[in-house]
Design a protein around this ligand. Structure first.
Ligand SMILES: [Fe+2]
Length: 301
């Protein structure tokens, strides 16, 4: 069997773009809870960076929704040639110059279900204008989207974006990796495309404990966790942001550092040795922790 090379090869997850009915409320939340800092604004967008001076979120006005997800691509790729290849596969690539703080060139396209994917090549640090406090998460770790057809979507992501399948939960939840981390983009079966959850990385167990205390101080209910998942084996805690989006905080996500070996770095909590990508069937999937609350019911099946 021959596998055709993907059109593009997405590498690091970079930032997500949202619309919000109350952008100032979201700015407050991301500053005071998650620990991102304001980089700047233009007439209709707010730009937020992590403590590592990486652009992490872009928030504009509108009905609450995720509008685009940005990945970095290799500096060796010729963007114009990539644009031609995307066009030949029926997509409509768009080029932008200086579209965002720290980013000089950007190529984007809309996938068959309406999510815009942005490809970034090269960047400069975008420090926040203020001292970052609160949780000061390390980075945006992954984005999970709903899709009516996870199998078709996973094939699109493999052939167009170069993502690899890390795990399936039955035939309804697929975890895909763009680099060495178990997942940066997930898809869960649901009638329509929308955001399922957004996840920020924590430094470890002590940081996660601070996070739980911090969520409590802000009267944000923990809806699930702490729990150590099966797929990805991350320890995770979930709450909702003021726009109702499910936000995950996590650490200890599986890593496939040696892609050619095909298994995740051995960890004591793995049940399969070595831990290779697989289809998870039945419950319990999690290694430890209680089942999700009714508000996270999509995870419970
Ligand atoms: Fe997640």
């Amino acid at each position: 069997m021959t596998t055709q090379a993907p059109i593009a090869r997405f590498t690091r997850l970079r930032h997500a773009t949202f619309a919000s009915p109350d952008t100032e409320r979201m700015l407050d939340y991301y500053r005071a809870v998650i620990g991102l800092g304001l980089v700047g604004r233009d007439k209709d967008r707010i730009f937020l960076a992590s403590d590592s001076e990486q652009l992490s979120l872009v928030i504009g006005a509108g009905d609450a929704a995720l509008t685009s997800v940005a990945f970095e691509i290799s500096p060796d790729v010729e963007l114009e040639i990539l644009g031609v290849a995307l066009k030949q596969s029926g997509l409509r690539p768009e080029f932008q110059s200086d579209p965002l703080p720290g980013i000089s060139r950007l190529l984007s396209f809309v996938d068959p279900e309406g999510t815009r994917f942005e490809l970034i090549q090269g960047w400069t640090p975008t420090p926040a204008q203020e001292r970052i406090g609160a949780l000061a998460v390390t980075k945006l770790g992954h984005v999970a989207l709903r899709t009516p057809d996870p199998l078709a979507t996973s094939k699109f992501c493999a052939s167009v974006m170069g993502l690899r399948v890390s795990d399936w939960v039955e035939d309804r939840f697929v975890f895909m990796r763009s680099g060495y981390e178990h997942h940066t983009l997930n898809f869960v079966r649901a009638p329509m495309r929308s955001l399922h959850h957004l996840a920020f990385e924590m430094r470890g167990a002590a940081h996660m404990q601070q996070a739980c205390d911090h969520l409590a101080r802000h009267k944000l209910a923990i809806l699930w966790g702490p729990v150590r998942h099966g797929p990805g084996h991350n320890t995770a805690v979930y709450h909702r942001n003021p726009d109702g989006h499910l936000i995950e905080l996590f650490y200890d996500l599986d890593r496939m550092i040696d892609e050619q070996l095909g298994y995740f770095d051995p960890r004591p909590w793995h049940r399969d040795r070595p831990q290779r990508p697989k289809v998870w069937v039945g419950l319990p999937r999690d290694i430890w922790g209680l089942p999700p609350s009714p508000e996270c019911v999509e995870f419970a099946r």
